[in-house]
Design a protein around this ligand. Sequence first.
Ligand code: ADP
Length: 385
Amino acid sequence: MKKDASAQVLSKKKQHSAEHPRSIRMQIQRSTAAYAFGVAAATLSITALHLATPLDRIVLHQIYQRLYYIPIIAAAVKFGLRGGLLAALFASVAYIPHVLLHWQHSNPDYALNQYAEIVLFNVVGIVTGALGDRSRAARARAEQTAAELQRAYAELRQTFEQLLRADRLISLGELSAAIVHEVRNPLGAIKGAVEIMEDGLSPNSSRREFAAIAKREIERLDRLVEEFLRFARSPKPVVERTDLHELIEAVASLVERQAATQGVAVARELTSPRTTVIVDASQIRQALLNLCLNALQAMPKGGRLTIRTCSDGEKGIAIEIEDEGGGVDPKISARIFDPFFTTKERGLGLGLSIACKIAIEHGGALTFRNGERGAVFRLTLPASA
Ligand code: ADP
């Protein structure tokens, strides 16, 4: 319970900060100003100590003059070279009048020592500041490298998962070929036997009806097997020059009627500068259709289905299908591309695996993420497509 509550508070805080980037900026500015004020106050306090301490307590004055290093180093660490130099100059300006007024004439040797100390303030401010800047730059570089490594690792993991999926789909294709072979031959034999038995029946026999039922059911089974084979073993792509936006328009109009019946608006955001691709148009249409149908099934109470194209850097073109159906449950997200994995009562569990296979066979990829309101499936086509 407690964990839940703190998680809620955290997520509210996160949401709050995302909503108010200006207030975060103001907070940072306020804390920076408070720090600078602290440095200035410490410098002035040390000067006040000098002024308040009798001149014969020389040991105390020696200690005070070294105290100036604390605000100088603090400013250099926090603000870098510029901060260190400014703090050192400020300490010099705050300290010099005291030296001129009180020591210059009474103890010139000690005054010389103090001038040397003032020069050192500035050297220390500059050196510490420069070192601070360097270590900050090194940290930023290390953070950037870590972020790049993380991105590369995520990409590698996705590629690895896709290879695994492709491998599973190839096995599925081989398995289905074997099953189809095993089922189809006996079906043919049964059909032949029924026809022979039917020939032996008199034209008015009531058993003819049973023979017709048997033949109908055999044909249905045959169609089912064929359908399964078509699903599981999509043929190699036969590529041709295709206008991507026309292809997307065709898919959008196909799903628009179904979308309208469930109160879903189909939006197009076609921003890819490249529109001609070399793909197997019917396969890509099939893949996009599968994704759109899934999106519609995820929004039985209406929403918005967005079909988007954009450039995908060096990788080529990306087509995104985004819905507002609440997204994929993270618990099952690792399995949704598996053949036969489905959470739907009447689902086949092949839509995504087929779309994924088509993407891979085109040299691209199919990935997904959960967006703000629903799932976003992204089919990327390589630059060569
Ligand atoms: P099917 O649609 O027959 O279930 P798919 O392979 O197309 O098979 O999808 C597998 C599973 O992935 C679905 O059962 C569903 O749980 C999940 N899924 C797919 N698309 C979406 C989506 N747009 N939003 C939420 N879940 C989805």
